[in-house]
Design a protein around this ligand. Sequence first.
Ligand code: FO1
Length: 330
Amino acid sequence: MSSDRRASDPPATDPPDGDPPRVVALAGGVGAARFLRGLVRAVDPRALTVVGNVADDLQVHGLHVSPDLDTITYTLGGGIDEDRGWGRAGDTTVVLDELAQRYGHEPWFRLGDRDLATHLHRTARLRSGATLSTVTAELAASWQVPGTLRPVTDDPLVTRIGVADGRELHFQEWWVGERAAPEPVAVRFAGAQDALPAPGVLAAITSADVVVLCPSNPVVSLGPILAVPGVRAALRSAPVVGVSPIVGGRVLRGMADRLLPLWDCDVDAAAVAGLYADLLDAWVLDTADADRAAAVANLGVTPVVAEAVMRDVPTAQALADTVLAAVLTR
Ligand code: FO1
């Protein structure tokens, strides 16, 4: 440490070797974004790569919408609608209302006016030949998102939900369009077998000091990411820690409880760990599920019991610190 540092200077944050831990986070939507708001304060963002889900993406009004990437971008960029966890804070719907009243549309997927700017920009850039990776990086830079945000793939990858009446719906048609009323009987990630990991994704994972599975929906958020060929194999060579999205035996938000049965997986913090047992070194459980720690250990995975309910940024950062400590040797 140079002798001219004043006593009042903040302590140096880089570890002695000056090389911050390389962190990769696999992330879905709202729950992941709230965790990431803590993680970006617990690591050096220059060494953080977030790999986002794209299988929720849809075309609406001719525009390419990437809900999970936008939730991460808006949350880390400070523009998220905090209550909903998606869309822009304080947004308006002048355009949607005009589409409905004057042109007879029935906009079931609510795109606010400011949110539309994102989709207009993304769609124009994609039409001019830019990849989703390139456009995602541009949008993240515009929002000064810390870390590097990458889609898991630039290729088509879409979650399709089979329902009891025989139809197969785009995930958003099921979740938003039909308010998840139809009983799901099957889920598939269309395009997965032909999808290539986006540039930089496998390299980030294989060179990571820690990979975090964010507290996201195991089926429709982490499922598509892990379904891209090469991702699971890359994860096997990395230290991996996951955060249970199930607390007290139930989901905190979203619909994982409706979809986990499709994979014969109980809505249970240890059962979800079992979906990743071949990848995990450690699994963080909320204190409410401390009784499930032994079942996690039986998977050959180190259980870590902590406060996993993120009420605000400080609790998210505390959780992130615990998650990193679970596999990073200090
Ligand atoms: N969710 C809803 O329940 N209703 C909506 O109208 C809606 C619109 C919407 C627009 C942009 C966006 O980025 C997300 C939006 N979502 C909406 C949430 C979306 O379905 C979820 O964020 C993810 O796809 C699931 O995590």
